[in-house]
Ligand binder design. Structure first.
Ligand SMILES: [Zn+2]
Length: 407
């Protein structure tokens, strides 16, 4: 399923190929979000044309609407959304627990809320126990249960190439004791996911377990060992990775070091990280795939990715300073926004007027940016020059030029 090609001599980075039932994915790779079965504002050919080989659909949202039964009637999510290439689906754990983060935190602090109250749209967690999570749908207030078996059943109906095991995503502010208890339950849930899948899973679907453990080193190592021992096909790193970048990288580093020892040949996915620094350093730490809302979400807020580390890689086209700027977002970028010659002034005007075309153009640009960045990183690893290229990228070399800029 996963063929490693090159290992970097001076870091944990590696290149490889994921061979999945709907095609291959060259790694390290970024996986754009198709949360509700669509990479927002784009059609599948555009996503593939930019160079992405896999997207991620969201079990929680698709479960609530339009529902797995309807999608299965269309032959699964690939056919429903007309994306013929590899697909990951997450387990729904992250969203269901995000909805209840406030609720979980209050429960731990002893401040219980009235069940079902306070959450926007009426969504709320009612209980978390060994069986799973009971919650109220944010769409219609209906009572739902998401359990390891139900999550796998939904992902089987969606027909993804990679299913993620159901986990509890513990937030940063919970106690160590809660993180530990929850992590062990997540390990038991992983066993239930794998048992369900062994009996009912669609042929060819792979299952990734998820390492939890918050920011506690010993818990991360325990979780890495439990997930590696479970025999799942790949390993994802989830949960709270800390408050800031440095801590996030430390937590990921502990985990990948342990996985390098226990399951070096299995693919590793980092959940929810996709800022430029995080991608570059994540690759150095031995992550094979990443998914994140950042590139596409920023675009929908009028923010373009640019090689400007001092500005957190962001160019806010909504700002007045671009009102009469003739420049494109990024000179030399081959995306339709830049190669098409659309000025910052024009994009600024469209963003301010909330024209949908602006969000599309900036989404195309941001995804181009990330795709070229990942290509640079793969090329650099294969040529044994990751350290220089990572350094050039961090210093602000534009993706697509970083490999030559590194000399
Ligand atoms: Zn561009």
């Amino acid at each position: 399923m996963f063929a490693l090609r090159t290992r970097s001599p001076d870091s944990r980075a590696r290149t490889g190929t994921l061979r999945l039932s709907h095609g291959e994915v060259a790694t390290p790779a970024f996986v754009p979000l198709a949360t509700r079965g669509v990479v927002k504002t784009l059609v599948p050919d555009e996503v593939a044309g930019i160079g992405f080989q896999m997207v991620l659909g969201n079990t929680f949202h698709l479960l609530l609407s339009p529902g797995p039964e309807l999608i299965a009637r269309f032959g699964g999510l690939h056919r429903f959304m007309r994306w013929p290439r590899p697909l990951i689906t997450d387990s729904g754990g992250f969203q269901v627990f995000s909805m209840g983060h406030g609720g979980v935190a209050d429960e731990i602090k002893g401040r219980r809320r009235a069940p079902g109250g306070e959450h926007a749209g009426g969504g709320a967690i009612l209980s978390i126990d060994e069986q799973g999570v009971r919650f109220r749908s944010y769409l219609d207030g209906s009572l739902r249960l998401l359990s390891p078996e139900r999550s796998m059943e939904v992902q089987a109906a969606l027909g993804s190439d990679i299913a993620l095991a159901f986990d509890e995503c513990t937030p940063f502010h919970v106690s160590r004791r809660y993180t530990e208890t929850s992590m062990r339950r997540t390990h038991r849930w992983l066993e239930r996911c794998l048992s369900w899948h062994a009996e009912h899973g669609p042929p060819g679907q792979r299952v990734y377990g998820i390492v939890q453990g918050g920011v506690e080193r010993d818990l991360r190592l325990e979780s890495a060992a439990a997930v590696a021992a479970s025999g799942c096909d790949g390993i994802a790193i989830g949960g709270s990775l800390g408050r800031e970048q440095a801590q996030m990288l430390e937590v990921v580093g502990w985990t990948t070091a342990e996985l390098e020892r226990l399951a070096p040949e299995r693919p590793r996915h980092l959940l929810g990280i996709g800022d430029i620094d995080g991608l570059v350093t994540g690759v150095e730490l031995g992550i094979d795939t990443f998914d994140c809302a950042i590139p596409t979400r920023l675009a929908r807020h009028g923010v373009a990715l640019v090689p400007a580390p001092a500005h957190r890689w962001r160019l806010d086209l909504g700002r007045g300073i671009w009102r009469s700027s003739p420049e494109v977002i990024l000179d030399g970028c081959a995306c339709p926004a830049c190669a098409g010659g659309f000025s910052r002034a024009y994009l600024h005007y469209l963003v301010r007027r909330r024209e949908l075309t602006a969000l599309r153009l900036i989404t195309l640009h941001n995804l181009h940016y990330v795709a070229r960045l990942m290509e640079d990183l793969r090329t650099a690893i294969d040529r044994g020059r990751l350290a220089e290229v990572a350094c050039a990228l961090r210093a602000g070399a534009p993706p697509g030029e970083a490999v030559s800029a590194a000399g």
